[in-house]
Design a protein around this ligand. Sequence first.
Ligand SMILES: [Zn+2]
Length: 459
Amino acid sequence: MLKPDVEDAGMLLFQKLKIHNSEFIRLDEKLSIEGNVISGLCESRRKCFCWICTKSKVAPKHGHTIPRLELCAAVTAVELAEAVSDALEFALQEIKFYSDSKVVLGYIQNRVRRFSVYVDNRVARILKNASSEQWFYVRTDQGTRQISARSLKNSTWLQGPSFLRQKEVESFDFVEDPETDASEMYAMKCTVMLTHSLGTERFQRFSQWSSLVKAIMNLKLFVRHSVTQCEKVVSVQDYLNAERFVIKQVQQESFSEDISCFQDKKPLPRNSSILSLNPFLDKDGLLKVGGRLNRADLDKSEMHPWILPQKHHVSTLIVRHFHNIVKHQGRNRTEGAVRSGDYWIIGSKRLIASVIHSCVKCRKLRGKELHQIMSELPKDRVIPSSPFTSVGVDVFGPWQVIERQTRGGLANSKRWGVLYTCLASRAIHIEIEEEMTTSAFINATRRFMAIRGKSSEFR
Ligand SMILES: [Zn+2]
């Protein structure tokens, strides 16, 4: 409402707007399905209402629900009110907004619920320059929608709807938010974990077990040097300590439940993956295999190796490390090396097999031999012909044979065999030679041809 005591100001306004006998202004917001229609109505001193301006928008064909369209209409009403306020040379005392959408009014009155981004942005725009107390409900049948150009003259658009004259404003119930959708619900869950672990995901950066241990060792040395200002002298014990530190981090991450059971002096859960290993915690807090080898003549570390999970990067690094130590031997040798290196990896066989399978050197060493494609067979081997037409010749031997018995002993001599092979049928003929001379070979060949017939080709 305008300042009721300043009549000049009201007159000035309506002179500007070419509306007479009016002093007060009230804005009304309406929505039609075809488009958004906003009308501003002037209320005169004698309870007379006048239409000031209207703004409408064409609703998009799809993608918008009715509540969203009505929310857009509410935004337009606020923008229109701001435009009218800016056009006036004095401040408006009161502005009231009316909507027949209980959903939109529910959005505006909301103080608790969170909306989707679309609704949230528009409600924020509405509440930027207008408070929720300025919004009122009006029944749909009291609205000013669906008016043709002919009936505009006598319509409520120019005279104002009857509810504006009522002093009491109709109350309304809020409607359930139709925007409630699982995809647009916001849920936040905050979990605070207090952990003293380094985080083994950092170990993923290393591809070698030794480099990981050395990095941890250098890190510990650096911290020790920073605190105590002692000399940076590396010892074997530092390396072993770093090794133990890495194992402890992995165990605390993978077997946290089992370790907490040990610390609380409770029995391990039945579904524990290490239950069958009869594990125990050593004085450093590391999980070790119990076993039955206490009376064996072995090192303590070999009798009770550290337990490691199968699916962990550190386990893979250890297997790869010992696989290199045994010079890329097979699965059994690698597994033996891992166990004698004081590590017990759960399901190690599968892990070792996968490491060997992906080892480039092993793939090269165990690769299949390649064979060249043989050339075409010669003509004399594939064309049918009489036996021994084309022959291959070779000589084999010698053999020691006893030729005769003499008075003092045996007279030994040598014999050679001449092998004639038919190239077409693979038949063979063997002649005996008494000495490795040309004449002996010629004689053997003459004997061969006398039996088998003339050969046309020797290979
Ligand atoms: Zn290998």
